[in-house]
Design a protein around this ligand. Structure first.
Ligand code: APR
Length: 312
């Protein structure tokens, strides 16, 4: 008999809790909500609240709060939010020292207990964290991916839709590169129901929207003192669902590059196909000279961050 899938969420904070709610509501499988021993009560409390939520809504997912890696054993999907979020005035890169140590420990445990899992990393600075996850676990690149592009593209799509006065459903946008100040909103591939966005929105407005997208995370940190969690969780669940249901979605995600786009030994946001085998394909698209230049600058910034991480 096929068993239910198991989704281990490492970090039971703001994003972890929302991930658990979405995974359960979507009936993706049973959920394990893991955190450090100090936060066991938080993990267990959220798990119980969410199971009761399931009873109200009428879905059956089991949700367990835990501080034991044994409960995560054999997970099909692991989503990692362990770490510290940004405070106002901080960049994602400022988190490198603290979160790198946390990711190393988490990765050792994933390697030991969840050796066949598809791993999605959310912790920041994203590109350096997901690089470390692959390095420590030694998992193939198909099974270690970073969540950024779906979120950044969502932010971009919202701002474009509001400017054009159309539904977000009709806007498709792409954001590539590192998940930081150098990310590249790729205007040449942004469309509103197939119509290139440049035909519908003035150039100066588009520039302002691209800038707001780059600072989309920081804008929220400034408002509420910590980083966003609803949209990041939805974005990661979209990726997990693509894997669990073999949907073969073409999504922007931080993938390990081994020569694609001219970069080697680097994690960065590119279009990928996610299906039952994980990151099944990295899709190479043509970029304008301008976009190519921005991607190169972004790659250089990511490389610098990864190199800084190697010294820690
Ligand atoms: N193992 C498991 N969980 C851990 C560990 C660890 N070694 N270290 C810390 N955590 C937990 C914290 O105890 C906390 O409950 O990770 C959780 C993080 O939750 P929040 O502080 O609420 O942060 P959140 O908003 O969920 O963001 C998490 O994602 O987007 C990124 O920048 C963000 O790096 C941050 C991460």
């Amino acid at each position: 008999m096929p068993r239910r899938k198991k989704i281990a969420l490492i970090g039971a904070g703001n994003i972890g809790g929302e991930l658990a709610a979405l995974a359960a509501r979507d009936e993706l499988g049973d959920v394990v909500l893991f955190d450090i021993p100090d936060k066991l009560g938080l993990a267990q409390g959220k798990a119980l609240d969410l199971e009761q939520n399931g009873a109200v809504l009428g879905h059956d997912a089991g949700i367990k709060g835990t501080a034991s890696w044994d409960d995560c054993a054999g997970a099909d999907v692991v989503i990692v939010t362990a770490g510290v979020p940004r405070k106002p005035g901080m960049s994602r890169d400022d988190l490198l020292g603290i979160n790198l140590k946390i990711i190393r420990g988490v990765a050792e445990n994933i390697k030991a207990k969840c050796k066949d899992a598809f791993v999605i990393v959310i912790s920041n600075p994203l590109d350096a964290m997901v690089y470390e996850m692959k390095k420590v676990t030694g998992f193939p690149r198909e099974r270690v991916v970073g969540m950024a592009g779906v979120l950044d593209a969502g932010r971009f799509q919202l701002f474009l839709a509001r400017e054009a006065g159309v539904s977000v459903k009709d806007v498709r946008a792409m954001v590539l590169g590192g998940h930081g100040d150098t990310m590249v909103p790729v205007l040449s591939y942004c469309t509103i129901d197939g119509v290139p966005v440049r035909q519908l929105i003035a150039a100066d407005k588009l520039q302002a929207i691209a800038d707001r997208t780059r600072n989309g995370g920081g804008e929220i940190v400034k408002l509420m003192g910590t980083s966003a969690y609803y949209a990041p969780a939805s974005a990661a669940i979209q990726m997990a669902r693509a894997f669990l249901r073999d949907e073969k979605r073409l999504l922007p995600a931080a993938a390990y590059l081994d020569g694609e786009y001219g970069y080697k030994d680097l994690y960065m946001g590119v279009p990928v196909v996610i299906g039952g085998a994980g990151v099944e394909r990295i899709v190479t698209i043509e970029l304008s000279a301008d976009e190519r230049g921005m991607l190169d600058r972004s790659a250089a910034a990511v490389r610098e961050l990864i190199d800084a991480g190697k010294k820690l």
